[in-house]
Write a protein that binds this ligand. Sequence first.
Ligand code: NAP
Length: 379
Amino acid sequence: MEGQQADRAFMARALALAEAGRGRASPNPMVGALLVKEGRIVGEGFHARAGAPHAEVMALDAVGDAARGATLYVSLEPCCHHGRTPPCVPRIVASGVRRVVAATVDPNPQVNGRGLGLLREAGVAAEVGVLEGEAVRLNEVFFTYMTDGRPFVTLKAAVSLDGKIATVTGESRWITGEEARRRVHEMRNEVDAILVGIGTILRDDPLLTTRLGIPGERDPVRVVVDTLARLPLDARVLDPLSAAPTLVAVGPEAPAERVVQLREAGATVLVLAQSGERISLAAVMRALAAREITSVLIEGGAAVHASALAEGIVDKVAFFVAPLLIGGTTAPGAVGGPGIEKLADAVPLREVRITPLGRDLLVEGYVQGPLGSHPCSRV
Ligand SMILES: NC(=O)c1ccc[n+]([C@@H]2O[C@H](COP(=O)([O-])OP(=O)(O)OC[C@H]3O[C@@H](n4cnc5c(N)ncnc54)[C@H](OP(=O)(O)O)[C@@H]3O)[C@@H](O)[C@H]2O)c1
């Protein structure tokens, strides 16, 4: 294997290594790196979590002096700024690495091509663009966060074959089977926050934690949009036995004593702007981004789904479709709100993927909308 073919094969390995940081590296990107000498991998690394060594440094540490003359493959441009850890570029230069191949430029404005430039200035051959599309897709969360300054948002719902998320009485447990529900917990394990409307809390009183039963699983921040601070003090999301933080977004009209009670019950209460009569979800996303929350899973209900799509904050949709017919004109569909008049105004999905999960199907796709201007949408 030589030249471009070898570059692609080694970069594919770097991308696979990067995966090990999924759900843990945030707010940093997932990054994988490897050192190659005479066609052989001599050292590997990945970025395990924010504050831990960067992938390049881990690979260099693994090989010591043997890095001299090697080629470094890295799934994202090496950094040149002081963040939680020192910059990687000086370390790479000092190691004697001869050539650096990066999959993509780092969209972080503090890097954004400067890392590669500094390597070249120091006499290291630096190239970019090998498996770039795959690398941007892998880090779609990080690219969205860096480029648009907002979290990457996935809208998730469990729906019957006739598109309902609950019966006419509001019962929704459980529309999907065990495998689909386990996949939801895997999704929770990978995101920084889950968001629901107060309607879902009042109806279902969900706990909204990750329950996979695996070592190191992580609970996302729970976010409730609740204009008038109606969240009951005995709601399970406020259970002191659960370590997951809960953030309640309320409007300016929320009664002050309710806000105090919720804070005393352990919630972080944010008073945010409204869009009409309800909390602006775009304002919620800005507030979450300011807290270094880079990804959000919206988990219902119908009213919140409708607002999220109308406000254009949704990047991806993940619907678990069950072979079940619920019926009922007043039973809620997955997306509430006023709806649209013309089919031409429907939200089209692209890059649709369908995965069978037991008796259910997971249908995923990217939302084509006004916010599709970040680099991921060009992949
Ligand atoms: N199958 C599923 O995947 C699934 C998932 C979740 C829920 N559900 C079902 O969905 C039903 C609840 O849905 P829902 O539509 O009644 O309630 P919802 O969407 O959970 O909550 C709606 C409420 O959230 C508040 N809110 C604040 N800001 C909002 C905004 N920007 N947009 C929309 N709402 C905002 C509003 O109350 P305030 O004005 O008082 O703030 C609104 O009435 C239940 O039956 C539940 O079982 C199903």
